[in-house]
Ligand binder design. Structure first.
Ligand SMILES: *Cc1c(COP(=O)(O)O)cnc(C)c1O
Length: 429
């Protein structure tokens, strides 16, 4: 059976397949640049693993207190070397990205201190952490105040406003690298470096934390290479390589990371406790795979933008734009098209492929939400997934794909669903 026939068995018509190949033929150069980044990052990860003499004893499970857990301690040295930082905290006890960010913030801000976001509003879940939306145990409840400076209309940094907001109490600056589910652009590592340098020129003793979620390994440098004191993220996104079933990381200066460890466990205990529960193979191997997994997800995002933009659906980032994270927004313009798109992604999944996604009233949202995910790890967004609120402009957010080939199939399946429902222009391809 040839490939086209196999695709037909999976539900892809010859027309959709041929259209995909046509789009793909224009993407060779960009894919080759992504492969070069992956090659660099693979070498960076390997160098860190070799320097730290990773061996089979590091994969042994520990339980209880986890004293003298050499596998865990060595993984943290590997992460510190990959991110070029003095120290790292990489733990299954960090339950998600929001938790990692909460630990980093609350460990490094004391009553009377002020937190500044110079890039506008932070990710939704951080609103309660900071106390922008009132919450028990927010930083605000502990006497930490917050200010933000919005971006300029063109998406650039408002340096004048940032300068004005920095005051003697400003202790920490938080920079979110990825746009997340907002409409602003994602920042490049170079831009984060400029912003970090600016903030420190106004107040040299400021600490800068970067929310690095979805950005890891997209470029050859990380925010910690350009002056950030802490970079923070989730292991069920890029750096877990799809294998980590839980976890988060904080890489940074020895002082910042020690405070984070004291906050995560207890003052005095810090990094000495925290059993690895048998997850070390997944954490090491996931990090080993992360550069190529991220590259596959990036190719999927670029392919999706090119497939859909050429059919008249607006995409953010645009088809030809440079990438700084793995998220792709596609504006489909109607509820029906969103449902069809998500059906296609779901139908392409290795897990739960027979399930039909339906819009539902998810708690905390003011409109129905639709989600497609057929993942090995629940909620993992480095695996192929799509979601979005059912309201104008009817945009889906598409991300992940542990392999480029799977991402490609998912996008072709989504297009097939749209074509079958007559939701793409007739004769568009
Ligand atoms: C995913 C994400 C978070 C939060 O991570 P969770 O694991 O969902 O808690 C924070 N910031 C950004 C930019 C993210 O993409």
């Amino acid at each position: 059976m040839d490939l086209e026939a196999l695709y037909q068995d999976l539900g892809i018509s010859p027309q959709v397949y041929a259209y995909g190949e046509k789009i793909l033929s224009g993407l060779r150069e960009r894919f080759s640049a992504i492969d070069q980044t992956a090659e660099y990052n693979q070498a960076k990860v390997l160098k860190a693993m070799q320097k730290n003499r990773v061996n089979a004893t590091h994969f042994a499970a520990t339980s209880g207190y986890g004293y003298n857990d050499e596998g865990r301690d060595n993984l943290e040295r590997v992460y510190a070397d990959v991110f070029h930082t003095e120290a790292a905290l990489v733990r299954p006890q960090i339950t998600c990205g929001t938790h990692a960010l909460t630990v980093a913030l609350s460990a490094n801000l004391l009553p009377g201190d002020e937190l500044l976001s110079p890039v506008g509003a932070p990710y939704d879940t951080l609103e309660e952490v900071i106390g922008i939306r009132p919450s028990k145990c927010s930083l605000r409840e502990y006497g930490v105040t917050y200010q933000q400076a919005g971006l300029l209309p063109d998406g650039g940094f408002d340096y004048e406003a940032i300068r004005q907001k920095i005051n003697p109490r400003t202790k920490l600056v938080t920079i979110q690298r990825s746009k997340g589910y907002a409409t602003r652009p994602t920042f490049s590592v170079a831009q984060i470096g400029e912003l970090t340098a600016f903030c420190k020129s106004v107040k040299p003793d400021l600490k800068v934390m970067v929310d690095n979620c979805y950005g890891e390994f997209v470029e050859t440098r990380e925010p910690s290479d350009v002056g950030a004191d802490m970079v923070v993220g989730s292991l069920i996104k890029n750096p877990g390589g799809g294998l980590a079933p839980i976890g988060g990381y904080i890489c940074g200066t020895a002082d910042c990371v020690e405070r984070c460890a004291y906050r995560l466990s207890a003052p005095g205990l810090g990094q000495e406790v925290g059993a690895n529960l048998g997850l070390m193979t997944a954490f090491y191997q996931g990090l080993f795979l992360a550069p190529t997994v991220t590259a596959g997800a990036l190719k999927g995002a670029i392919f999706a933008a090119n497939v859909y933009e050429a059919l008249g659906f607006p995409c953010v980032p645009g088809a030809a734009e440079e990438r700084h994270d793995i998220i792709q927004a596609v504006t489909l313009g109607s509820r029906e098209a969103m449902v069809a798109f998500c059906k296609g992604i779901q139908a392409a999944a290795p897990v739960d492929s027979y399930v039909t996604p339906e819009p539902w009233a998810m708690p905390g949202y003011d409109s129905d939400v639709i989600m497609a995910a057929g993942a090995f790890v629940q909620g993992s967004s480095i695996e192929l997934s799509a979601d979005g609120p059912i309201r104008p402009p009817y945009a889906v957010y598409f991300q992940g794909g542990l392999t480029w080939q799977h991402a490609k199939l998912g996008i072709l399946m989504s297009l097939q669903q749209l074509a079958d429902a007559n939701l793409v222009r007739p004769k568009a391809f």
